[in-house]
Write a protein that binds this ligand. Sequence first.
Ligand SMILES: [Zn+2]
Length: 405
Amino acid sequence: MKSIKFSVIICFLFLLFSCSNPSDMNNTDLGINNNDTISIDQESKAVDENQNNDGEITDINDPNAIFDDVYDNWGELDFSSVNTRASTWVVKAWPIVRKGAESLNVKIIQYLLKAAGYSISIDGQFGSGTESVVKAFQRAKGLSADGIVGSGTWSKLIITIKQGSNGYSVKALQDVLRNRCGYSLTIDGAFGTGTKGKVVQFQSSYALSADGVVGPTTWQYLIAGATKSSNGGGGSSNDFWGSRVSSWTFPVKSSLACNPNTGARYFGAVRNGGARSHAGVDLIPSTGTGTNVYAMTSGTVINYYYFYSGTYALEVKNDDGTVIRYGEITSSLRSGARVSKNQIIGKIIRNTAGGSYMLHLEVYKGTSSGSLTQGANHTYKYVTKRNYQRRSDLIDPMGVTRLSR
Ligand SMILES: [Zn+2]
């Protein structure tokens, strides 16, 4: 089977900052570019969704279909391949985390404080207790003791770990790999060959030196994340995106918690153990559930329906003839409603199967007719032939990452 293979990647987190850099304070709250708002309760479940489930159920009354998609939550990821989409990524600034935050980033800080010998509970909630431990840590490191974890504090919290390392810093690493982006591994605090393999995959996906050693650079990619690939998507769909890069807008204004080129989030990623291929791209907002979804261009709603595990899909026929399926969301719009570019058309919600959330985005050129989901279709006009189980005018959506926010 022809295979453009990819693998995995990603994950981010965090916070940043210390008082030594007051200008960064403006980024400190739970604003849109900050990952802090990802709630802790999804973390334990995120891996399920990352192993994937979006998309195929369109009929809640079909128990077999539902079973199939729930089944999708298990064992779908193929991490054995190499990511060939990796391109230019720029690491983001360390996130700023402060009292009041409740997130995986907070949990990571707590792990790292524990690794440094401090007594602290790892609950993902940045309360007064965590704040005082952060202050004590900052004092011990000669930092300004403001209780806010920014770049200065982060750089003191992280320690280089590698195969053979043990303890809470390893748990921090494993938690990020597993719960941000769905790497399949156990959070046991033991850095063995399995963990090393995942780190190598992560590093490869960002074109970092893939030595499996988690030093300052890898930690920052893991925790802060990286932005924007120069890759505009694959194959024959490039021209499609090239003509829209300046006219369409990115559907999520938040930064993304995961690199959509990797893990199981990209177009063509393995589903059902290879039985089918992911027909869309998953955009996971750093701002968590409730994040708004914006119309990428103007058009008319042609359908709104139950999609998958408690989520819905909005189909919009755009004025240029293309069709976009905005999946795994909720919307108050119904068939016939006009939408204009940049209009809020829905919100990203948590699904009930994996507890995760994302915008599952599918794009069609509009040159075919009928249902977008077509389980038996094996003919595609614009993408490399694979078993997408979609309409024949499916477009590779990865070029969406080139759109301006
Ligand atoms: Zn998806």
